[in-house]
Design a protein around this ligand. Structure first.
Ligand SMILES: [Zn+2]
Ligand SMILES: [Zn+2]
Ligand SMILES: [Zn+2]
Length: 93
């Protein structure tokens, strides 16, 4: 008799691919550039990328247009330095 090894919930969770966390942003469906507020499509993160993710020192991810990277990086750096929420631009479409 064959026994399938069973994974515990925790083990299954550990095997699941890591997803970008957006805990500072609470944007689950919509991704917006933190610097300019532009709506970013998931496809924009694929090559040729026009959008990118910036990770802060706490490991949180912040989406940004490639064009906005200098401003977005500065905002994330400021957040890491001051421990305040990242100053994000108002989202628009
Ligand atoms: Zn949106
Ligand atoms: Zn932008
Ligand atoms: Zn952070």
């Amino acid at each position: 008799m064959k026994r399938q090894p069973k994974l515990t919930k925790r083990e299954r969770k550990a095997l699941a691919p890591a997803r970008p966390q957006q805990q500072h942003q609470h944007q689950h469906q919509h991704i917006h550039c933190i610097a300019c507020g532009r709506h970013l499509d998931e496809a924009e993160f694929e090559a040729p990328a026009t959008a990118t993710i910036i990770t802060c020192d706490h490991g949180s991810n912040f989406p940004s247009c490639v064009k906005c990277m200098p401003q977005a990086m500065a905002a994330v750096k400021e957040h890491d330095r001051t421990n305040q929420p990242v100053k994000t631009a108002g989202a628009w479409h």
